[in-house]
Design a protein around this ligand. Structure first.
Ligand SMILES: Nc1ncnc2c1ncn2[C@@H]1O[C@H](COP(=O)(O)OP(=O)(O)OP(=O)(O)O)[C@@H](O)[C@H]1O
Ligand SMILES: [Mg+2]
Length: 252
């Protein structure tokens, strides 16, 4: 009996290890020859040029580069917020078809958490409602949804502000609302654009600690554009962009 139990524990462990390994080797994103241009009057501005990139599950990637180098453009394309002008994006080996709104919207809503550089909060909704709005379709049960929102707000230290509107809270508190919104979704991947830029060191450290735990324990993949040296230190892979090109891609 004991032997049987031991064997089944061993079997479960081996199965988990196999699933873990196969997920680890699976690519979440693939960019094939991606370019993005912006128009500024009559001038074409380069956002990104010929980017080829693969991102695997469970990674912790930091994107560095000077202002205007293309970090936000890269994250916006990964988050399916914006479309490339050239090339294809694959998510879990499926080519993104921007005309097929349903699938693209589903991936964006359920698999990707996005922490925006400018927070992107809805001004007419409270802190609590801003988070609830993004969960309405994925968590139908109200009690569970409210519990998850409160837990996310508590994690980032703004539970006491849940009834305030974005204009009634500070920039750092708005940033934490945007972070809580991404955490609450329990996404497979979190894309974060300068997530600690408006935070004091204590709050910044708290957020980084949460991200580290999510990456290790829940295997959430992180891609973070930042200049923050504490985040740089946490990176498993560093990608540097310059003039819309990847000039360095190193695994640490
Ligand atoms: N909507 C837009 N219209 C015109 N040009 C744009 C637009 N958005 C970005 N750009 C240009 O594309 C390039 C890349 O911009 P991007 O926002 O990706 O840079 P970034 O690395 O995120 O910069 P920062 O560190 O300042 O946030 C820049 O030259 C920028 O001026
Ligand atoms: Mg940016």
């Amino acid at each position: 009996m004991l032997k049987l139990e031991k064997n089944s524990i061993k079997e479960t462990f081996m199965n988990n290890l196999i699933t873990y390994k196969s997920n680890q080797e699976k690519d979440f994103f693939e960019f094939k020859n991606i370019s993005k241009f912006y128009k500024s009057g009559k001038i074409n501005v380069v956002g990104l040029q010929n980017i080829n990139l693969k991102i695997s599950y469970g990674d912790f990637i930091v994107i560095g580069g000077i202002s205007g180098s293309g970090k936000s453009t890269l994250l916006n394309l990964m988050g399916l917020i914006d479309q490339p002008d050239q090339g294809d994006i694959f998510i879990e080996n499926k080519k993104i078809n921007y005309n097929n709104d349903r699938l693209t919207t589903e991936i964006r809503k359920n698999k990707i958490g996005f922490i925006f550089q400018n927070f992107n909060l809805i001004p007419t909704l409270t802190v609590f409602e801003n988070i609830e709005y993004s969960l309405l379709k994925s968590i139908k049960e109200i009690k569970r949804r409210h519990l998850i929102i409160n837990q996310a707000l508590e994690k980032v230290g703004i539970l006491n502000l849940s009834k305030r509107y974005p204009e009634e809270i500070s920039g750092g508190q708005q940033q934490r609302t945007s972070i809580a919104r991404a955490f609450a979704k329990s996404p497979s991947i979190i894309l974060a654009d300068e997530p600690t830029a408006n935070l004091d060191s204590g709050n910044g450290e708290n957020i980084l600690e949460i991200m580290k735990t999510m990456n290790i324990e829940e295997r959430v993949t992180f891609v973070i554009a930042t200049h923050d040296s504490s985040i740089m230190k946490m990176a498993k892979r560093k990608i540097i962009v310059s003039d819309g090109k990847i000039i360095k891609d190193t695994r640490i």
